[in-house]
Design a protein. Structure first.
Length: 393
């Protein structure tokens, strides 16, 4: 899966470098979208191969690496664009993808191949509708709407910032800087949300909280007219945006069996990519009809609808988790250090049990279990005592 994506990226970059007209470039982009998807393939592999208690952290590290690439890539690309020729950059990316594909072929292994049971003549994967129903149509639709709103903001944001600068020449640095701030927040937030998901085990609750805060920051940005005030809002937006994809992917992995996890993660990722594709497409088409501020408000409402839509399943999942913890067998009130005692020769002695109101018998030194009676070695103590001696006296 990861190797296939890297080979597809290598092929797409090579086609872009060889393209001599816009149609060739468009065909190369289609190949990249069809055969590429390195980020999605890596997330699916990580979610499938990670252990149960560390899956959230593993997904968080994966998306944090994605954010680091999104933060450093435009800077490096912008520097190379100044040379006037993109072919060396495209060829370099193709060679790097090919090299990484070779390394992954040698090092990566599917952890479930050796354990995969034989399914006979029936297909190994369930039907798409069955997988969606097991994951839940509502969480999948929530992920679609979240990405629809967040990525739909991208084509609108340049005009939105341009309306708030004094001179049009200042719009470019502000747009690039605000995008970098958002990805910096995503870089930091990905690791933190991964730990939260592992600690709570409730990714739907994380999805509700993160989408609600993300929507609030987007809606507030639509009403702000001072550009420096957008900097902390964009950082918070990126910080909470980091939880959206990994929370949905973790929830899908929880619903899957051991050998179905990659397929479930692929279905969840397809809904996210659908929102990522349709959001910018529809937002760019609506720019001719709507003001940029109105477009920002609409994208914020789309993200807010995710929180409202997933709220009921998140509450149900929280109650179910509490119900499972409450099903543990009830034990009487006993101090924790007395509940589990070792058995055998290393067992600690039991404390004496007495009924209420009774007094324990005084313990005589030298008596009791495990002790021999005290015997004197004096010769007089060895002779029997005459009971009439006291009377005669």
């Amino acid at each position: 899966m990861v190797v296939r994506a890297l080979v597809g990226l290598c092929l797409a970059m090579a086609l872009m470098a060889a393209a001599g007209n816009p149609l060739g470039l468009l065909a190369a982009r289609i190949v990249q979208g069809t055969l590429g998807g390195v980020v999605e393939a890596a997330a699916a592999y990580v979610g499938s191969a990670a252990s149960e208690g560390n899956r959230g952290r593993a997904l968080g590290r994966s998306y944090s690496a994605t954010a680091a690439g999104a933060l450093a890539g435009p800077v490096a690309g912008g520097t190379l664009v100044a040379t006037g020729d993109l072919r060396p950059l495209l060829i370099g990316i193709a060679l790097a993808a090919l090299l990484l594909g070779a390394v992954c072929t040698l090092r990566l292994r599917n952890p479930h191949d050796a354990k995969r049971p034989s399914t006979g003549p029936e297909p190994a994967r369930a039907a798409l509708t069955s997988v969606c129903s097991r994951i839940g149509w509502i969480p999948l639709a929530g992920g679609f709407l979240a990405f629809f709103g967040v990525y739909g903001l991208i084509p609108i944001y340049a005009d939105f910032v341009t309306e708030r600068v004094a001179e049009p020449q200042q719009a470019g640095p502000w747009v690039g800087g605000l995008h970098a701030v958002m990805w910096a927040g995503t870089l930091v937030g990905s690791l933190w949300w991964g730990k939260v998901n592992d600690k709570t085990g409730l990714p739907l609750r994380t999805l509700v909280i993160a989408s609600g805060v993300t929507a609030a920051t987007v809606l507030v940005q639509a009403t702000v007219g001072w550009l420096p005030a957008l900097v902390p809002l964009r950082f918070i937006q990126g910080f909470c945006f980091a939880a959206l994809a990994q929370s949905l992917m973790l929830y899908a992995s929880q619903k899957a069996g051991e050998h179905e996890r990659a397929g479930y993660l692929g279905v969840a990722n397809s809904f996210l990519l659908g929102g990522q594709f349709l959001g910018p497409l529809m937002a760019g088409s609506a720019m001719a009809l709507l003001a940029p501020s109105v477009g920002v408000l609409i994208t914020g409402i789309c993200v807010a609808s995710t929180a409202l839509l997933v709220l009921a399943p998140a509450i149900a999942a929280t109650h179910a988790s509490r119900g499972e913890s409450a099903r543990e067998p009830a034990t009487p009130f006993v101090p924790r250090r007395w509940r589990a005692r070792p058995s055998g020769r290393h067992a600690a002695p039991r404390r004496p049990q007495h009924r209420k109101g009774s007094q324990p018998e005084p313990r005589v030194r030298g008596e009791g279990r495990g002790h021999l009676p005290a015997v004197s070695t004096h010769p007089a103590a060895a002779r029997p005592r005459d009971p009439r001696s006291r009377v005669n006296r």
